[in-house]
Write a protein that binds this ligand. Structure first.
Ligand SMILES: C[S@@+](CC[C@H](N)C(=O)[O-])C[C@H]1O[C@@H](n2cnc3c(N)ncnc32)[C@H](O)[C@@H]1O
Length: 344
């Protein structure tokens, strides 16, 4: 194989980080919004609108065009279909991912090698201020990053929740415990869909108070309450007849997941439902891409211990803790699955 032939298939990988920086800088400068408002601007017009000197603007346009984000015709530029959604709401998929990848993940992920070697989240420790051992603990001290996180998480959860309300039958349950329920996205959708269902969210104290504000603003304070606690230090509140782990168990190690599912089993009576919503990993360990990316993120940044586990592993942990696994569904269009079970 010639040197050229050997380089070619690797080129995409070598250049991926430059491409992301073109995308991120274009997004932060408002390039895609400017071209959505005024398609067909020239290089000097774009430089003036973005407040850039001519040569940096030329570099940005070169990279965004070569990455397929812009189309150039004569001396004018248009958003490509790939970039068009980036001009939409900054709190929705896919725009909410850009500040998330840029401000939370990009620098920490340069410590992936060290994180693999040490088996912990070196990236978080090196790049995100604070003493807490998890990203979530450090976000509490970094309100801008916390907002960036919850914008991204909310954008994903809304996509999932829109589908979850149609796919999950909660008519037989009266009180759902939403473990690590974040800023109440799932809870809000589920409470509206099932008006007789009460929901108790448990999450870290700063997140629980943000959730309670959102719940009150949504007029759901009678039905949904968020309680601030640490799921590893505290027992789960009793009295619920269904437990939801939404985008939560993939953060933690196998041992801690077994412990959390056992806590859920202790908190509920026979017949209670269990629902694990999580990005899906193929049972044979070959993908998909999302599972690989998130696994690197959980190790290097989020917790230093989690990964995207397979549906079969969740079923085994549920079974061992006293829940009978009852099925698997796919939800949303971003690669999530739900594993369901019933307390024996
Ligand atoms: C990935 S988010 C998922 C949020 C929500 N369930 C959803 O699907 O949108 C994980 C949540 O776990 C919470 N969390 C992390 N560590 C926790 C702990 N020790 N106790 C309680 N909640 C925790 C975080 O604050 C965050 O809201």
């Amino acid at each position: 194989m010639s040197e050229q032939d050997a380089i070619e298939p690797l080129r995409e990988l070598f250049y991926a980080h430059y491409r992301f920086q073109y995308l991120s800088a274009g997004y932060r400068l408002g390039l895609f919004s400017v071209l959505a408002e005024q398609p067909g601007l020239t290089h000097p017009e774009i430089a003036a609108r973005l407040g850039l000197q001519p040569q940096p603007a030329r570099i940005l346009l070169l990279g965004c065009t070569s990455a397929g984000l812009l189309r150039k015709d004569d001396d004018r530029y248009w958003n490509s279909p790939v970039a068009e959604p980036l001009a939409a709401s900054p709190t929705e998929v896919p725009a909410a991912f850009v500040p998330w990848e840029q401000h939370v993940n990009y620098r920490p992920m340069a410590w992936f090698y060290e994180s693999l070697k040490e088996g912990t989240n070196v990236g978080l420790r090196k790049e995100i201020p604070g003493d807490a051992t998890t990203l979530y603990g450090r976000l509490a001290l970094n309100p801008e990053l916390e907002t960036t996180f919850h914008n991204m998480m909310g954008s994903v959860s809304r996509r999932v929740a829109e589908d979850l309300v149609d796919r999950l039958d909660l008519s037989g349950y009266s009180h759902l415990l939403d473990v690590g329920g974040g800023t109440a996205v799932n809870a809000t959708y589920l409470a509206r869909r099932w008006p007789n269902l009460r929901v108790t969210i448990i999450d870290l104290p700063t997140v629980a108070s943000a959730a309670n504000e959102k719940i009150a603003a949504a007029g759901l304070a009678e039905q949904v309450t968020a309680v601030g606690l640490d799921v590893f230090r505290d027992e789960f509140p009793r009295g619920c007849d269904a437990v939801l782990f939404g985008h939560f168990l993939e953060i933690w190690s196998i041992e801690r997941n077994r412990e959390l599912i056992a806590k859920a089993a202790r908190a509920v009576d026979p017949g209670a439902g269990a629902f694990v919503v999580t990005p899906g990993a193929d049972d044979d360990g070959t993908g998909p891409d999302l599972a690989a990316a998130l696994s690197a993120y959980f190790l290097t940044v989020a917790s230093g211990e989690g990964m995207t586990y397979t549906g079969a592993e969740y079923e085994e942990w549920l079974l061992d803790a006293g829940f009978e696994p009852t099925g698997r569904l796919t939800v949303g269009n971003l690669g999530d699955i739900v594993i369901t079970g019933v307390r024996k």
